[in-house]
Design a protein around this ligand. Structure first.
Ligand code: ADP
Ligand code: MG
Length: 270
């Protein structure tokens, strides 16, 4: 990159992600063991945008929680840059399926919460306004979560993660509750941030169009225990045309692959 310094280089390298031979067995309260992930290996370059798709229950959220450092693997290793992931960090932002807002805080205070916890609110306050505008909620700054629609709450959760400028952003179906129009607008906003910041992103989505529109690569997982079934590179230039013949052809191919993955999954139960 023109003008990049050694420090920049170090910074971008530091946000690559490595998942190596990771398995995870969840133990439920009643003692049942659930094998959620089996021997997953995945390497994501700094600044890459990768989507994760697969049937529900295949371990996508489990994998994101491991990368976020909220949970530990049963075996295998996870690294960010050269460092093993040993717990949560502000450099890795996570937006859950469920917005998980603090019900007792206003929209503004929810978005500010991470900055306040790190004692950097004073110097970053203008960022809060920027991100509130970005997600279209500036007129709801003083509203409480119970006054918001599901889509609005999810946009607050997105702003709350983005305002910390994480180097790695983990998105667990963050646009799922949005109407089609808002969803497409937010996809473009997330892409714009990604391009401006060079954030490394891992996006879980059920929406194949979203995966093709956004990603450098799509990782398809098998039904539980989740393994990586295949990885598809999307080489189309951005901004992508959702109705182009290349887009539609790829969409058809991926849907077909997912369909067959689903059939294989059911076979052992018959
Ligand atoms: N904390 C947990 N305790 C027990 N089982 C869990 C826990 N979290 C997830 N699971 C189980 O692990 C499997 C994978 O879950 P999850 O990662 O949420 O899948 P996905 O996000 O792909 O739908 C599911 O069968 C789920 O019920
Ligand atoms: Mg999930």
């Amino acid at each position: 990159m023109v003008g990049a310094t050694a420090a920049d280089d170090l910074q971008t390298k530091a946000s690559s992600l490595l998942v190596r031979n990771v398995s995870k067995v969840h133990v439920s309260a009643d003692g049942t063991h659930v094998a959620a992930l089996s021997d997953v290996s995945l390497s994501i370059a700094a600044g890459e945008l990768v989507s994760l798709v697969g049937p529900s229950g295949c371990g996508k959220s489990t994998l994101l929680r491991l990368i976020a450092g909220l949970d530990a693997p049963s075996s295998g290793e996870l690294r960010i840059g050269a460092n093993p992931i040993s717990g949560p960090s502000a450099e890795r932002g996570l937006v859950f399926q469920d917005p998980n807002l603090f019900p007792w805080l206003t929209v503004r205070r929810n978005i500010e919460s991470g900055l306040a916890a790190r004692n950097v609110l004073r110097e970053k306050r203008h960022d809060v306004d920027d991100f509130m505008r970005l997600v279209g909620l500036e007129s709801f700054a003083n509203a409480f979560p119970h006054q918001l629609s599901g889509g609005m709450a999810q946009r607050v959760a997105l702003a709350r993660a983005l305002v910390n400028h994480p180097r790695v952003l983990l998105l667990d179906e963050p646009l799922g509750a949005l109407d089609a129009f808002t969803r497409m607008r937010m996809q473009d906003e997330v892409l714009r941030l990604w391009q401006n910041r060079g954030t490394t992103m891992l996006l879980v989505t059920h929406d194949i169009d979203e995966a093709i529109y956004m990603s450098d690569r799509i990782v398809m997982m098998t039904p539980r225990p989740g393994r990586i079934e295949r990885i598809i590179e999307i080489n189309q230039p951005r901004p992508r045309q959702r109705n182009s013949s290349e887009f539609l052809e790829l969409r058809g191919r991926i849907l077909e692959m997912l369909h067959f993955a689903g059939e294989n999954a059911q076979a052992p139960n018959r």
